[in-house]
Design a protein. Structure first.
Ligand SMILES: [Zn+2]
Length: 402
């Protein structure tokens, strides 16, 4: 058989389902051809390959490329000054009244040039890439007007073409009510549904549509309008739900066959069956929980018992999670939410792929995209155990060594 790359003397965390932790193959061999995984299995079972590139894995580990399935990493400015004020004891209401909070990011993003937005997003993407992230989801939602929302999504699409990384884009119009619609949320939802969303769909700028269902966000009724309009446009939905209170948002998104429901600290265990029934992934965002010093934990045990797919993401954003480290998010998911290291790694590989509706990534199996990482570690648990100690030694994306 022909292969462009052959990796041997390596253990493989395939993340395939079954009862082996991490879907492990000890002393494995993996062959890549035409951007795909051509063969993976125990070395002793491997056919003979003709190849020009043989890599000795030196007894390390291969994992799938990591997938960050929830980020807001395109934005103007930052909120360090606000963070500083909060740490100095200034109440949030006062900071917000003085122009802080999400509106300050909306203004900074509207005022930023395309070049400025591209450059700062690239810097944050580079941090993720160094850790082995090969697929990233990026949301809009800091423009809120037609022009800036389209600009954010066009930049996200452009980054995916320029860089060796797969980018999935999500339109998040229902993120906040912009200043020009102050106290008129229903009018803003009408604008999202009838002006922005159709333009996004026409230009094929989004792979999904997101919303923020919360008392400080949008009501079930308003979100339902977004969901209906997204589905009319043929776009799958996902939602920021049950982060600060139980609004019934997760059930609503799942019932619309939503790809994922994200945050979930206040999800009642009784709603988990609905998520399971619709194959909706529970995306955990422990960095936001950490930054906001939340106390209410998502119902991890009940999700685990229901065998619900759980994913872990950075939520990289300037307000509640200025975090461009998916490995750190895995550690936080273990320490704060009680995930096992295997659950954390499934959460940033196969389950994260499911949260994005991607079929052939996040697992090392023949026919899957050859997005993979070689680590010099003794066990995959090390990736969740340590903070800032590990970087992949080698990275392949679609069979290309990067
Ligand atoms: Zn978010």
């Amino acid at each position: 058989m022909q292969a462009e790359w052959l990796i041997h003397n390596v253990n493989i965390a395939t993340m395939q389902p079954g009862n082996k932790p991490y879907g492990t193959i000890v002393d494995g061999l993996l062959a890549m051809a035409n951007g795909k995984i051509a063969w993976v299995g125990p070395r002793s079972d491997a056919p003979t390959f003709e190849t020009t590139n043989t890599i000795d894995g030196n007894g390390g580990w291969l994992t799938p490329g990591l997938i960050d399935c929830h980020t807001h990493l395109i934005y103007g400015g930052n909120r360090a000054a606000e963070f500083e004020q909060r740490q100095q004891g200034i109440p949030y209401a006062e900071i917000s009244a003085n122009g802080g909070g999400i509106n300050s990011t909306v203004i900074a993003t509207r005022n930023a040039s395309i070049g400025e937005l591209m450059e700062s997003a690239q810097q944050r993407l580079a941090c993720l890439q160094q850790e082995g992230v090969t697929t990233v989801e990026i949301k809009s939602g800091y423009g809120l007007d037609l022009e800036t929302e389209l600009r954010m999504l066009r930049i996200a699409r452009a980054l995916g073409k320029q860089l060796p990384i797969t980018i999935k884009t999500t339109y998040l119009g229902a993120h906040a009510v912009p200043p020009e619609f102050k106290d008129r949320p229903d009018d803003y939802i009408h604008f999202v549904c009838n002006e922005v969303l159709p333009a996004v769909a026409t230009e094929n700028l989004a792979d999904a549509v997101d919303l923020f269902c919360e008392e400080i966000g949008f009501t079930i009724e308003q979100c339902t309008k977004i969901i209906d309009r997204a589905r009319q446009s043929g776009l799958p939905v996902k939602g920021h739900v049950e982060q600060l209170s139980d609004m019934g948002g997760a059930k609503m998104v799942a019932a619309a066959n939503g790809l994922s429901v994200d945050h979930l600290e206040y999800l009642p265990a009784s709603d988990i069956a609905t998520l399971k029934q619709h194959n909706t992934v529970a995306v955990l965002l422990p960095a936001a929980f950490y930054y906001l010093r939340e106390k209410q934990l998502p119902p991890i045990d009940a999700m685990r018992k229901a065998q619900l797919s759980m994913a872990v993401a950075t939520d990289c954003n300037p307000g509640s999670a200025p975090v461009a480290s998916l490995l750190s998010a895995m550690n936080l998911a273990c320490v704060l939410f009680g995930l096992t290291p295997e659950e954390a790694l499934r959460g940033t590989t196969i389950n994260a792929a499911q949260a994005l509706g991607i079929k052939k990534k996040g697992m090392l199996a023949s026919g899957f995209d050859a997005d993979l990482l070689l680590w010099q570690i003794d066990s995959p648990a090390e990736l969740s155990y340590a903070i800032n100690m590990h970087r992949p030694k080698q990275i392949w994306i679609a069979g290309q060594h990067v």
